[in-house]
Design a protein around this ligand. Structure first.
Ligand SMILES: [Zn+2]
Length: 91
């Protein structure tokens, strides 16, 4: 799944909106208010579910710029966040 697809899923509410998109650090997503800032930016761009696909470029650029740092990386013990170093053990 691409970043765009994940974010689309997130905006469509297929994930619980208080949770980070899959493969991003839930700790950073919540605590550092990535979610709030992202939703605010989406609102500023006047992105809604009708024009979401046309705004793919903007969303990809935003994700690359702001979310790369909180992306979870695979580690021997599970996945680890590059920003806060929280380790999420595989369940
Ligand atoms: Zn983190």
């Amino acid at each position: 799944m691409t970043i765009f697809q994940k974010i689309k899923q997130f905006l469509l509410g297929e994930n619980n909106t208080t949770e980070a998109p899959e493969s991003y650090c839930p700790n950073c997503w919540g605590r550092q208010e990535y979610e709030g800032e992202f939703l605010e930016a989406v609102h500023r761009e006047q992105i809604d579910l009708n024009n979401l696909d046309q705004k793919k470029g903007w969303i990809d650029a935003y994700a690359t710029r702001y979310f790369e740092g909180i992306k979870l990386r695979t580690a021997p013990e599970g996945v680890v966040c590059g920003a806060c170093a929280t380790v999420y053990h595989r369940s």
